[in-house]
Design a protein around this ligand. Structure first.
Ligand SMILES: NC(=O)c1ccc[n+]([C@@H]2O[C@H](COP(=O)([O-])OP(=O)(O)OC[C@H]3O[C@@H](n4cnc5c(N)ncnc54)[C@H](OP(=O)(O)O)[C@@H]3O)[C@@H](O)[C@H]2O)c1
Length: 296
C-alpha cells in the first residue's frame, strides 16, 4: 500500500479563531450530550458562550454538561427533552431564557439511525426517524425562533451526505435529512430579512462517533478498508472538523453565508466508495451481517 505523502491536520478552533469570539452569547443544542454535537458545543463554549444541551438521557447529559463546563470555564445547562415533543422544547426554551436570558445560536443535531432495507424497515421505525430528525428540527426552530430573531442569531442543522445519492439501507435517514436541508433553506429565506441566518453542516464519516459505529462497515474485508482509505484528505473525519466549521458559521465572518449546505467530509462525497459491497449487500443481506452492527 502506497504511503500518503500528506495527511491534513486536525486543529482546535482556538488555534484559528479569537478566544472571546462568542462572549455573552448563548447556544441551544439538541443532541449536545454526545458525539459530534457535544464537540460542536464545546468549541462554541471555548470561544466564550454559555450553552444548553438537550437529549433524552439525563445522566449522560449531566455528565457531559459538567465535563464541558470544566473544560471551557463556561456554564452548561443540561435539559432532558425529547425533540419529538413540541411542549418539551418550549419548556426547555423557557428554562434557557430563565437561566441565561437569551438564545443566539441553535444547533439542531438530535438524530436517530440504523441500517435497514426498505422491505425490512417497519413503518414505525421509519416514522420514528422522521419524527426525530425532521419534526425534531422543525419543533426546535419553532420553539427558539422568537429569541433568535431578537438576538439576530443563527441556526446550524446537522444533516448528512448519504441522500445525495441512493445509499442502501438508509431510506429513513435519507428522507429525513433531505427534509432538514429543505427546511433550513426556507428558514434562511423567510428569516433573513429579520437578521437570522440558517445553514446546514453535512458531515462525512466522522471517526469515534455513535453514527460511524452503527453505520460504518466492520471487519477486515477489502471493501471496508477501501472505504476507510478512500478519503482525499488522507484521514477520517474528526469531531473537531465539524466543530471548527460550526465556529466559523456562527461567527460574523460567515455573515454573507445563509441557506447553504456545507459538506465537511474530506472530499469523500466526490469519490464515494460504498460502505457495503454492492449489489451483494442488497441481494443477500445475510452475506454482510458480520460487517454491520445493527439489525437488518
Ligand atoms: N457520525 C457520523 O459520522 C455522522 C455522519 C453524518 C451525519 N451525522 C449526524 O451528526 C449528528 C450527530 O451524530 P453522532 O454520530 O454524533 O451520534 P450521537 O452521539 O448518537 O448523537 C445523537 C444525539 O441525538 C440525541 N437524540 C436522539 N434522539 C433524540 C430525541 N428524540 N430527543 C432528543 N435528543 C435525541 C441523542 O441523545 P439521547 O439518546 O440522550 O436522546 C444523542 O445525543 C446526527 O444528526 C447525525 O445524523 C453523523
Amino acid at each position: 500500500m502506497a504511503p500518503r505523502p500528506y495527511i491534513q491536520p486536525v486543529v482546535d478552533s482556538t488555534a484559528v479563531f479569537k478566544a472571546d469570539l462568542f462572549n455573552g452569547k448563548v447556544l441551544f443544542c439538541t443532541g449536545g450530550g454526545s458525539g459530534i454535537c457535544k464537540a460542536m458545543t464545546e468549541s462554541v463554549m471555548r470561544h466564550g458562550a454559555n450553552a444548553v444541551i438537550l437529549g433524552r438521557k439525563i445522566d449522560r447529559l449531566t455528565a457531559a454538561a459538567e465535563e464541558l463546563s470544566a473544560k471551557t470555564g463556561r456554564k452548561c445547562l443540561p435539559i432532558q427533552a425529547d425533540v419529538r415533543k413540541p411542549e418539551q422544547l418550549k419548556d426547555a426554551v423557557a428554562k434557557t431564557i430563565e437561566k441565561f436570558g437569551r438564545i443566539d445560536f441553535v444547533i439542531c443535531g438530535a438524530a436517530g439511525n440504523f441500517l435497514a432495507p426498505i422491505q425490512g424497515i417497519s413503518e414505525n421505525a421509519f416514522r420514528t426517524v422522521i419524527e426525530i430528525d425532521t419534526l425534531g428540527t422543525y419543533h426546535t426552530i419553532k420553539a427558539t425562533l422568537p429569541y433568535v430573531r431578537q438576538s439576530k442569531g443563527s441556526y446550524i442543522h446537522v444533516s448528512a451526505t448519504l441522500h445525495y445519492r441512493g445509499t442502501p439501507y438508509q431510506v429513513h435517514v435519507s428522507a429525513a435529512k433531505a427534509a432538514v436541508d429543505a427546511t433550513s433553506a426556507v428558514l434562511a429565506v423567510e428569516e433573513g430579512p429579520h437578521g437570522v441566518r440558517s445553514n446546514v453542516i453535512a458531515p462525512g464519516p466522522i471517526a469515534g462517533t455513535e453514527g460511524m459505529d452503527r453505520l460504518g462497515p466492520k471487519g477486515p474485508t477489502s471493501i471496508s478498508s477501501e472505504f476507510y482509505r478512500a478519503m482525499p484528505v488522507g484521514r477520517m473525519g474528526d469531531v473537531k472538523d465539524i466543530a471548527n466549521t460550526t465556529v466559523f458559521l456562527f461567527s460574523d465572518a460567515a455573515s454573507f453565508i445563509t441557506g447553504q449546505i456545507i459538506v465537511v467530509d474530506g472530499g469523500n462525497e466526490h469519490l464515494r466508495v460504498p460502505g457495503l459491497p454492492y449489489p451483494e449487500s442488497v441481494l443477500d443481506p445475510e452475506s454482510v451481517k458480520a460487517m454491520i452492527k445493527p439489525r437488518l
